[in-house]
Design a protein around this ligand. Sequence first.
Ligand SMILES: [Zn+2]
Ligand SMILES: [Zn+2]
Length: 396
Amino acid sequence: MNRKRFSKGEKFVWTVITCLVVLLLLYWGLNELGLLPEALITTENENLTGTSESSNPIPANIDYSQSDSKLEIYFFDVGQADSILLRQGEAVMLVDTGNAGDAETSYKVTNKINLSHELQRLGVKRINYLIATHPHEDHMGSMYKIINLFDVENVYANNILPEGEQAGYYKRFVSALETSNSHFIAHTNLSENEILAKIAEYNANVPESQQVSYNPADYFRVGDVIGLGEASITILAPNSSSYYDTNDSSIVLMVEFQGVRILLTGDAGLTSEADIIQWSRMNGFSLKADVLKVGHHGSRTASSEVFISLVNPKYAIVMVAESNSYGLPDEEPIERLERHGATVYMTKDVGDIKMVVQNGQISFDLGFSHEEKEAKWVLCVKDLNFKMPLKYLLIE
Ligand SMILES: [Zn+2]
Ligand SMILES: [Zn+2]
């Protein structure tokens, strides 16, 4: 039997083909294991997100220098708590509302901001999107007050209830929702069919008058994109409905405007960060951001090395009180951020932080010292001749 012998040329071709096959298999294997460098990650799953924005998040170099429009972001100094206002043109989003008492209408002088007064001073009447990142008092304590006082269009929250029976702020939040015209939009990881099955099960056990119907607009999922004027905001978390730590159930948002990206993390901790990284790899979504609202008030329970190296922010905002019983911020996350080259601003040091994105550039106004703010607050009340309708003052 005559064996066919390869010529030198044929050998070379077969060697090249074998090498290509090995390389392809290696790429496929590393990609499946999530071990590829970001630049090489496949975007074959991009359609899973249902949005074009989230699959191709970093725009090409566009010249924004002629644009009039701007995005304003206020990181309010609400002490040991979060409250962040985003405004693009007429569109307004408020992420968290500080502790209970932070938006009260009584005229006490405080060195913290009064949220309802400040929003009014800034000319906010209508809030298109109110985001409750997670049901802890330092994020939702004053949410019922904001819903009662302002024209709130949509409220985004996860389906996690607060721990313990003491969460009066949450009961007030629910009753404020019930008496408002706000559209409540809940986080879900379920498919449409799973939701329909749950609704059918629920309806089978209640009288016809209490039965509910399915509306896809009542739910949001990770990967959904909210349009805020010309800004787009991609929801990156929660990636589970059953985290052990309520902080991990925080809604996490990537804000994009004129090529600038701002990542708002609520109190998301290490577990949620790992899930966000996995989701971003699956979907070819870069986590790179210019500004990071640091997770969980600068606690070491958030801001892992891998997360910070992927986000790699130029600026990091830590929302934290000067004295707090948790001893926050922890040193490690702050050192880590600085080691990665981030400029760190803390509300405890600089007070309110206003950030503006215009012409594709970021600028900061680090606001007032605490003493000056006290004076400002009194002035603000006087100047506005601020009067709340009696019905709201009676809510307390
Ligand atoms: Zn918190
Ligand atoms: Zn929390």
